[in-house]
Design a protein around this ligand. Structure first.
Ligand SMILES: [Zn+2]
Length: 183
């Protein structure tokens, strides 16, 4: 079942607020619609019921501030970017599952990781279609597709349409947003 979620983000320093206000009706709606103003961003998304349930178990903002380093917090919660070729995983070839560093949700398998030459860890598919959600990011004068953890809404990176087969997608992630659980 897919649900409509209405999310209001208010931009205040260190206080990214979001709230699902409507989630109990099955609706047909464009995947996302972003309305921008100076202080608010409104997102309408269709989400699976399971992902909305999981979101309720996500760590609170206070817990994340204590758990994460200031750089991890900046990238995950404030949409920052690590410099190319500096992260822990861009050149990592170990086997395992990459989890969200904020909440621990499994996001990518090492089997889908490939060398994109970008200097950031790149994958052609998430572990599960509901693990990583996307939305339009119109910051920095570009229109890009932002990738976020579906449980805790943390920023992970961006998705580009220049990946390899079978999906043709490149999930360009920040190492600092991931934690490899080796197998
Ligand atoms: Zn997460």
């Amino acid at each position: 079942m897919r649900c409509l979620s209405f999310r209001l983000h208010v931009f205040l320093p260190r206080a990214l607020k979001s709230q699902v206000l409507l989630s109990n009706r099955s609706v047909k709606f464009p995947e996302r619609l972003t309305v921008l103003s100076n202080k608010y961003k409104v997102y309408l998304e269709t989400r699976t019921f399971m992902s909305l349930q999981k979101e309720r178990q996500a760590p609170s903002e206070d817990e994340l501030q204590k758990k994460l380093s200031s750089f991890e917090y900046h990238v995950l919660r404030e949409g920052g970017t690590e410099r190319a070729f500096t992260g822990e995983y861009w050149d990592c070839h170990k086997k395992g599952v990459y989890e969200c560093r904020a909440c621990g949700q499994p996001l990518f398998r090492s089997e889908t990781k490939y060398d994109s030459g970008s200097g950031w860890p790149s994958f052609f598919a998430p572990i599960d279609e509901d693990a990583v959600k996307t939305r339009v990011d119109s910051s920095h004068g570009m229109v890009r597709t932002e990738a976020l953890c579906s449980v805790c809404n943390s920023h992970l990176g961006h998705v580009f349409p220049d990946g390899p087969t079978p999906t043709g997608l490149r999930y360009c992630m920040n190492s600092v947003c991931l934690k490899l659980k080796e197998e």
